[in-house]
Design a protein around this ligand. Structure first.
Ligand SMILES: [Mg+2]
Length: 278
C-alpha cells in the first residue's frame, strides 16, 4: 500500500507535468525532463515513504518477536454468585485521562519549528492519526497522534463493565477531535471533560471527579499524573506515562483488576489500600 502511494505520487507529478506542457503548445512534443525541484520533491517523497516503510516493518517485526503479543484478556461469564453480586452493586463510572494515558501527541511548533512532544518518538514511527488543528487562531498545526498499544481492546472491555468518561487537562479544540478518532464511531466516549472543567490552584491542575459522578463510592480514575487526582487519592489507579513504546502492555495489565473492581460496593475500600510513600 505504501509503495502504491509512492508510485501514485510519482505518476501524478509526471502526469501533471505532461498536462502543463501540452496545454501551452500542443504542437510541441511534451517535455518530461525532470527539473531540479522535481528531483528534490521525488527524493523527499522517496525518503518519507522509505522511513514510513521501515517504521511499519520494524513495528510488525517487534510484534512478531515479542512474547507480549500473546497477552490476551479472556473474559469469562460471571458465575451465578458473581452475577447476583453484580446486580446488588451500582454500575460504576470509569474516568480516563487522555494524553500519556491512552495516547501521545506531538506537533511541530509553527514559530520555533520545534517538534513538541516528539523528542522520544523515533523519526520512523508512523502515527495512528494526523490532524490539522487551529488553536487560538494560530495557523493550523499538524498533530501526530500515537495510540497506546491495545487501547482499542482495552476500551472495548471496560465499556462493557463501566460507564466511561474522558477527563483531560488539554484544550477542548484538540481533545474533542482526538477523542472522536479514538471512539471511532463506537459511541463509548461521549462524556467528556476538558481543561475548563479542571481545578487550577497556583500552577497545579487537578480534576474534580464529583463533576463526573457525585457518588465517589462508584467513581474511579486512571491517570498518569498524580496531581490530577490529588484531591481524590482513594479513587485513583495510577498508570505509567506512555510516550512511544510498541511493546507497552500497561492497559492490558489493568484489565483483571478493573474486571474485579466492578463487584465492589465502594471502590475506595480497595483503592485506599494503595498508599503513596512520599
Ligand atoms: Mg495525562
Amino acid at each position: 500500500m505504501i509503495w502504491g502511494q509512492f508510485l501514485f505520487a510519482i505518476m501524478s507529478s509526471s502526469a501533471s507535468a505532461l498536462d502543463v506542457d501540452s496545454s501551452v503548445n500542443p504542437s510541441v512534443e511534451p517535455s518530461v525532463a525532470p527539473t531540479p525541484s522535481m528531483l528534490v520533491l521525488v527524493r523527499n517523497e522517496l525518503y518519507s515513504y522509505l522511513r514510513r516503510l521501515l517504521g511499519f516493518l520494524a513495528a510488525r517485526t517487534l510484534e512478531f518477536i515479542r512474547p507480549d503479543r500473546y497477552i490476551i484478556y479472556k473474559e469469562v461469564a460471571p458465575s451465578r454468585t458473581c452475577a447476583i453480586q453484580l446486580e446488588r452493586v451500582p454500575r460504576k463510572t470509569l474516568i480516563l485521562d487522555l494524553d500519556e494515558t491512552l495516547l501521545h501527541s506531538c506537533y511541530i511548533d509553527p514559530e520555533t519549528k520545534e517538534n513538541v512532544g516528539g523528542s522520544q518518538v523515533p523519526a520512523c514511527a508512523v502515527p495512528d492519526y494526523q490532524i490539522h488543528l487551529t488553536i487560538d487562531g494560530i495557523e493550523p498545526i499538524l498533530f501526530s497522534v500515537f495510540k497506546r498499544p491495545h487501547v482499542d481492546e482495552f476500551l472495548d472491555h471496560v465499556a462493557q463493565w463501566y460507564d466511561l468518561a474522558i477527563y483531560t487537562a488539554s484544550v477542548e479544540s484538540y481533545a474533542a477531535r482526538v477523542v472522536d478518532m479514538l471512539d471511532a464511531g463506537r459511541g463509548i466516549l461521549q462524556r467528556r471533560f476538558y481543561r475548563q472543567h479542571c481545578r487550577s490552584n497556583t500552577s497545579i491542575v487537578s480534576k474534580d471527579l464529583t463533576l463526573v459522578n457525585r457518588d465517589l463510592s462508584r467513581t474511579l480514575i486512571i491517570d498518569n499524573t498524580p496531581n490530577a487526582y490529588r484531591d481524590f487519592p482513594h479513587n485513583a489507579i495510577p498508570i505509567k506515562s506512555f510516550i512511544y513504546d510498541p511493546s507497552d502492555t500497561e492497559l492490558l495489565k489493568l484489565l483483571p483488576f478493573l474486571d474485579a473492581l466492578r463487584f465492589t460496593k465502594d471502590v475506595r475500600s480497595i483503592l485506599r489500600r494503595r498508599v503513596e510513600n512520599h
